[in-house]
Design a protein around this ligand. Structure first.
Ligand SMILES: [Cu+2]
Length: 765
């Protein structure tokens, strides 16, 4: 599989025989300078079936394995990676954090055409850096089902930055990933449809019953008053966490050498998860961070660190004693799942699992942060670099177990403005890594005479419709950002959304302005927590179209992306750049579909919707069996406006048939009469989300009839029970209760003014 051929030793001997020593020496120098060791890998990408979590499911394997094979190079090599696409769909591979010519970067429709099924494609680029990196598919959601692998570039032995005692340690590449038995396309749909199933599985529904039980009824009311859904640290439920493809692994030897007391092991950890952050902890004591995103940092000792989606950390762990295998544990940020590596030989020494999150403390914190207009309050302080982790309010190991009796909100009010309230390292004994602690061993300053281009981005989005954007624009709504080659790009990013985002830049490392001056660390992923502001800068010295995006797969697919166009790069793979960019834009704002129907004793009602980030086409139907003899279909085409998407103007079409008696007519609140059995009406209207997540809808029909309604669905009564209601000015009303059985099924009971009382089975897709 791995072929190497060297051509550095030319016919040196014959030259010597001709006694042309000076020329020989010169030749020797030039040949070793341009020594081209080509390291070739052949990657066969193929559909496979796996059973990681109790069910046989489709996945994608490369050379028959998940993760994809570890690719190893030494700085100075030339990489030649031949991709054989044996899938039924197109694919691509992106070399995460690797400096290369833009056409090798692996982003379909930005730097190349997709690799079509049945074809072979070769990536070829010189290896001009070293460090721990990884690679993954950049096509659709393929990364979620197996297309991730380690990509390691070793330092040359004579590299002046070679660190004795670190760079010569026994090394293990460690790829963290998640597995779900659901099809990732379904996960994507469920996120957009605000399906509660993942929260139920994670025990994170934060319903009214749970709020009351934990003394947080007021917190919950205030949360819904501010139009927020349950406080969540991660959106997707996973069935298994994997380290190099296994849930547990025993690491007894490295490079054939048995591990014993005092041995140090360097773990090259990459987070290849699609959406999960992981806590990394070690049962054998402190861990030493020696590199981040492939760049050396001054060694720093911590108890734990959180690795953001797509980051890499090089960590040195020591084996304290013989006869013991120490657990290295990766735990999801929501603390529902983990995977372990046991390092050493002997009895297993576990590390204590992280205690359950105090979700209502988190909700209370979010309530304090959120203003009524959906913006986050900056609390008059600058937060940055993960130093003030507001989530500490949810961590029992730092802020103690949840109190049964809640203190009154106002008694804590003075503390709300104190940023130290969130400084994890000040609050407890546990030392947690943050970006302010990273320092490069080298001077990373950029040329002083280069022109500087300043950019500012606000990360925006909303949970309710799962729309993620920058400056409230998704990729399909913006052009590429022009940059001149040789310019320094200085980017300030403020996160005004409720989730953290790991922002990744292709093709470059950036400096993180973190107070370390000329030794600012270099990274290619920056995790930004809600309300944080961070500044990064890099020299745009390589032309091409470089992607800059959130690395949470489902945020990226939603359009939280930008492209930096450094000079007018002529990419041989994409002669029509405009058309290619249009395709990229379209792929980041795909339509998603949902349908729901209640088969009840009194009738049949349901809805279907097709939506993207801004548009919604939905239709609702009601078919009565008894009291209401007739049927009704209402269709709306609307566009969501504003960052929070609370406002949606629409055009509508109603069709309804009902059997009314002689001289019978309907009158609404405004004394408008409707005397027809069959009604076809076109309307104009809008929907607006009020506090408590109540939707107000106003609609005027072409015949002048006006209808106003109020409705709310999915009120979380208990973990699995949801309530809803509707009232309108036609004197119609409805109340419902639903018990959720699984992600596609529930039992629903409702009373409807037209259809009467009914019980039924509610199905949704
Ligand atoms: Cu994101």
């Amino acid at each position: 599989m791995k072929l190497t051929h060297e051509n550095s030793e030319m016919d040196i001997q014959s030259i010597f025989q001709k006694k042309l020593l000076p020329i020989a020496l010169m030749l020797l120098a030039t040949t070793s300078l341009f020594a081209q060791k080509v390291v070739r890998y052949d990657l066969y990408v193929k559909d496979t079936l796996v059973n990681f979590a109790g069910k046989e499911k489709r996945a994608i394997a490369v050379n028959g394995q998940i993760p994809m094979p570890t690719l190893t190079f030494t700085e100075g090599d030339t990489a030649e990676i031949v991709v054989h696409n044996q899938l039924k769909e197109s694919t691509s591979l992106h070399w995460h954090g690797v400096f290369l010519p833009n056409k090798e970067d692996g982003v379909p429709w930005l730097t190349q055409k997709p690799i079509e099924p049945g074809t072979t494609y070769t990536y070829r680029f010189p290896i001009i850096q070293n460090g721990t990196h990884w690679y993954h598919s950049h096509s659709g959601l393929q990364e979620q089902i197996g297309m991730y692998g380690n990509f390691v570039m070793l330092k040359k032995q004579n590299d002046p930055t070679f660190r004795k005692g670190i760079d010569d340690l026994p090394t293990v590449p460690l790829m963290i990933s998640e597995w779900t038995n659901y099809n990732p396309n379904n996960i994507n749909r469920m996120l957009h449809n605000a399906n509660d199933w993942a929260a139920i599985k994670k025990n994170a529904t934060q319903s009214y019953a749970e709020a009351i039980r934990e003394g947080h009824f007021k917190t919950k009311i205030r949360n819904e008053w501010k139009r927020m859904l349950a406080m969540d640290v991660s959106d997707v439920y996973y069935d298994k966490i994997l380290l190099n493809g296994n849930h547990t692994t025993d690491l007894k030897t490295v490079d054939g050498k048995t591990l014993k007391a005092g041995d140090k092991v360097r773990l090259r950890v990459s987070n290849g998860g699609a959406s999960s952050y992981f806590w990394l902890r070690y049962a054998g004591g402190k861990i030493t961070v020696v590199a981040n995103d492939g760049n050396d940092v001054e060694p720093v000792e911590v108890d734990r660190l959180i690795i953001a989606v797509s980051e890499t950390y090089d960590i040195v762990v020591t084996i304290p004693d013989d006869g013991v295998a120490y657990e290295f544990l990766a735990t999801t940020e929501d603390r529902t799942q983990s995977a372990s590596y046991f390092i050493g030989n002997g009895i297993k020494q576990l590390i204590s699992p992280l205690p359950t999150l105090k979700y209502f403390e988190g909700m209370k914190m979010m309530n304090d942060m959120m203003k009524m207009n959906g913006d986050l309050d900056d609390m008059g302080m600058k937060m940055s670099l993960n130093q003030m982790d507001m989530n500490v309010v949810m961590y029992p190991e730092i802020t103690g177990e949840a109190k049964q009796k809640q203190k009154h909100d106002h008694s804590q009010h003075n503390m709300d403005n104190d940023p130290n309230r969130y400084n994890a390292n000040e609050l407890g004994e546990i030392k947690t890594l943050n970006y302010a602690m990273l320092q490069s061993p080298h001077n990373t300053e950029l040329p002083k005479d280069a022109p500087v281009k300043e950019l500012k981005f606000t990360l925006t989005g909303n949970m309710n419709r799962y729309v993620w954007s920058m400056d409230n624009r998704i990729l399909s709504e913006v052009d590429k950002i022009p940059v001149k080659k040789g310019e320094i790009l200085r980017i300030t990013i403020y996160n005004n959304s409720m989730m953290r985002h790991p922002m990744h830049l292709h093709g470059f490392d950036f400096r993180v302005i973190n107070g370390k001056g000329e030794n600012a660390p270099l990274k290619n992923v920056l995790d930004i927590m809600p309300m944080e502001t961070d500044t990064i800068e890099f020299l745009a010295n390589e032309e091409g179209d470089w992607f800059f995006h959130c690395h949470i797969l489902y945020h990226m697919m939603g359009g939280m992306n930008r492209v930096f166009a450094v000079d007018d790069y002529q990419n041989p793979h994409l002669p029509n750049k405009k058309q290619a960019y249009n395709k990229l834009q379209r792929e980041s704002n795909m339509l998603h579909f949902m349908i729901e129907n209640d088969f009840a004793t009194n009738g049949n009602d349901g809805e279907a919707m097709v939506q993207n980030a801004r548009w919604s086409l939905g239709t609702e139907w009601r078919l009565g069996y008894n009291d209401m003899h007739g049927y009704e279909v209402e269709t709306h085409l609307g566009r969501y406006i504003g960052k929070m998407q609370w406002f949606m103007p629409f055009i509508g079409f109603d069709y309804r048939y009902r059997k009314m008696g002689m001289d019978e007519h309907e009158t609404n609140l405004f004394r408008q009469k409707n005397e027809k059995d069959t009604r076809r009406a076109v309307s104009l209207g809008f929907m607006y989300t009020l506090p408590m997540l109540v939707n107000f809808q106003a609609e005027v029909y072409h015949d002048g009839i006006v209808r106003l309604s109020l409705m709310r669905e999915d009120i979380p009564i208990s973990k699995r029970i949801r309530a809803g209601f509707m009232v309108n000015t036609d004197f119609e009303y409805m109340a419902e209760l639903k018990y959720i059985i699984n992600k596609n099924m529930g039992i629903r009971t409702h009373y409807d003014s037209d259809m009467g009382f009914g019980v039924g089975l509610s199905l949704n897709y």
